[in-house]
Design a protein around this ligand. Structure first.
Ligand SMILES: Nc1ncnc2c1ncn2[C@@H]1O[C@H](COP(=O)(O)OP(=O)(O)O)[C@@H](O)[C@H]1O
Ligand SMILES: O=C(CO)[C@@H](O)[C@H](O)COP(=O)(O)O
Length: 536
């Protein structure tokens, strides 16, 4: 098996579950996916999520849908010709912050799974909360305030955990369940992040949370890499025992569950390496370096950078680095990414990316002074919801043409990203590079706008699924116990796909300034301010 060793990476993202196999040279052998909305229509999700009928801030996903997707995915791997006996190690990644609540007795069920039955049949009574809160949720403002108060304010919370309080983070989510569903909380044996839930299925027992995804909870001290007891206490009773102790992100946890050996013919020697969040995994998959800003254009749009020190920021997050214990990862997350672009594509471009791109390219950089901000769900940065359109001088209800709307959507998203990335310490110019990944990184017209807004060249790597590939590379790193830089050294360099136009900075620097002013006014107008301002 050593010569033909392969590595499997899984990615349970918002809209789908993906799997990719790489060989010893980290070349992709095959990829398959299960799309929740279309492959599992019985769960009635939209974009992989369920928005509560009575409280639109409350956004969840059915945990059994994810479990069901697991068996379908394995079947698809087999049908696609994967020889799962060659997989030497597997790891996984998932959308960050969401949480899974295992019912008492679930660990025993996981340890004794019957390979002749589907996982969802056997795990149907293993969850005390059937719909898991996910990162799109924004229903925990009350719990966020309580958490900040418990440690002396937003800055203190950011110093300890890398972030001031954010609604989607796991700590406030757990606190809300503890407060509003005490019986369900009481009957919960363990709480997993979605990444460690994936890991638990693979391992056949409840797996530990890793420190990198663990930094998206408001519970971990990012310097000591251990849970912060006052924060655990501020969220819920007996939380430490429900979470278990966190582990390094590349920990080799043990052999794969007998379920996968007997049902799908994995080798009993196949090892399971700890799973992490999709943004940390993308850092690995993209071979992030210090001079680069990585931009992931998936369901969410995220931007992240490698940090040597845990910079104190109030708009953005600092996470533990998944591959270097001494380093950190700076992260910005924007909720209204691909699904908002799809909405504008559907209303302006007949549901076609080709038409969308033609419209985008038919408008000039700067969009005649028009600017648009589109927030279908409550945005994180800034904390606003709704559509906001501005012409050269004032707010307007509608733009004069479809092409202006299309460009306003894309420019507005990247101008916002640049503004927050600059606040994080990312310097435009001086050899800065953008590395793009995620579904929309297939779209050159969109990437050209990204290059122009940041006045920096944009690079992509062959496969856009960097989170999934990152977890396959992590499987190899964890198995061999080597430095990840040695493992990924075999990969080809990313390819440059777009250079900015010469007039880009002249056009976009003033637009970034205008964006900052617009957001300040909108927040004042709506009297919806970031939590740290409300407290002061
Ligand atoms: N050619 C394209 N242009 C723009 N967006 C695209 C294109 N192809 C796919 N996408 C977007 O990619 C999104 C999925 O991205 P992906 O990174 O796979 O998401 P996730 O990992 O969050 O599930 C889809 O919602 C779709 O809008
Ligand atoms: O909330 C965040 C990061 O803080 C999101 O980036 C989620 O991790 C969702 O990822 P995708 O499904 O968009 O890949």
């Amino acid at each position: 098996m050593t010569e033909n060793r392969q590595y499997l990476g899984l990615d349970l993202s918002t809209q789908q579950l993906k799997a990719g196999i790489v060989n010893e040279n980290l070349e992709t052998v095959l990829q398959v996916s299960v799309v929740f909305d279309t492959d599992l229509p019985e769960f009635r999700t939209q974009g992989g999520a369920i928005i509560d009928k009575y409280d639109p801030h409350c956004i969840t996903a059915p945990v059994l849908m994810w479990v069901k997707a697991f068996d379908i995915l394995m079947d698809r791997l087999v049908v696609a010709g994967a020889d799962l006996a060659q997989i030497a190690a597997v790891s996984g990644t998932a959308q960050q912050h969401g949480s899974v609540y295992w019912q008492k007795g679930a660990n025993d069920t996981l340890k004794t799974l019957d390979p002749s039955q589907f996982l969802h049949e056997q795990l149907s009574h293993s969850f005390s909360i059937t719909n898991s809160p996910i990162w799109k949720d924004s229903s925990t403002t009350k719990q966020c305030k309580e958490l900040e108060k418990a440690v002396g304010g937003p800055e203190e919370l950011a110093k300890i955990t890398g972030s001031r309080a954010y609604e989607r983070f796991t700590g406030p989510q757990i606190a809300k369940i503890f407060q509003t569903r005490p019986e369900a909380y009481k009957s919960t044996e363990r709480i997993s992040l979605i990444s460690s839930f994936v890991c638990s299925l693979l391992l056949g027992e409840i797996a530990p949370n890793d420190i990198s995804d663990g930094s998206g909870m408001h519970l971990l001290d990012i310097r000591t890499k251990t849970w912060h007891q006052p924060l655990l206490d501020a969220c819920a009773a007996n939380l430490r025992e429900k979470l278990g102790e966190p582990v390094a992100s590349n920990t080799n946890l043990g052999p794969i569950s007998r379920y996968f050996v007997e049902r799908y013919h994995f080798s009993p020697d196949c090892r399971v390496v700890a799973c992490t969040g999709d943004n940390p995994a993308s850092l690995i998959g993209m071979r992030l370096r210090e001079d680069c800003l990585a931009v992931s254009l998936g369901t969410s749009d995220t931007a992240f950078l490698w940090l040597m020190e845990p910079k104190l920021v109030l708009d953005g997050h600092v996470l533990c680095n998944p591959v270097d214990r001494e380093a950190f990862l700076g992260l910005l997350c924007f909720k209204n990414g691909s699904l908002t672009r799809e909405r504008i594509r559907n209303s302006c471009a007949d549901k076609s990316w080709d038409i969308f791109n033609q419209l985008l390219e038919s408008t000039p950089r700067g969009n005649f002074g028009n600017m648009g901000l589109y927030y279908d769900v409550h945005e994180i940065l800034p904390f606003l919801k709704g559509d906001f359109r501005f012409n050269k001088s004032q707010r307007v209800q509608k733009f004069t043409s479809l092409e202006v709307e299309v460009r306003a959507c894309i420019e507005g998203q990247f101008i916002a990203m640049r503004s927050y990335a600059e606040d994080f310490g990312f310097h435009i110019g001086n050899g800065a590079k953008i590395l793009a990944t995620g579904g929309a990184s297939h779209n050159r017209s969109i990437l050209q706008v990204l290059a122009d807004v940041f006045n920096s060249p944009v690079y992509v790597q062959e496969a856009a699924n960097s989170a999934m590939l990152g977890s396959a590379y992590q499987a190899k790193t964890g198995l061999l116990g080597k430095d990840y830089r040695d493992i990924i050294a075999v990969l080809p360099e990313p390819q440059k796909v777009c250079d900015p136009y010469l007039d880009a900075e002249e056009i976009y620097a003033p637009m970034v300034r205008r964006y900052r002013q617009i957001v300040k006014e909108l927040l004042q107008e709506q009297k919806v301010r970031p939590i740290f301002d409300q407290e002061n």
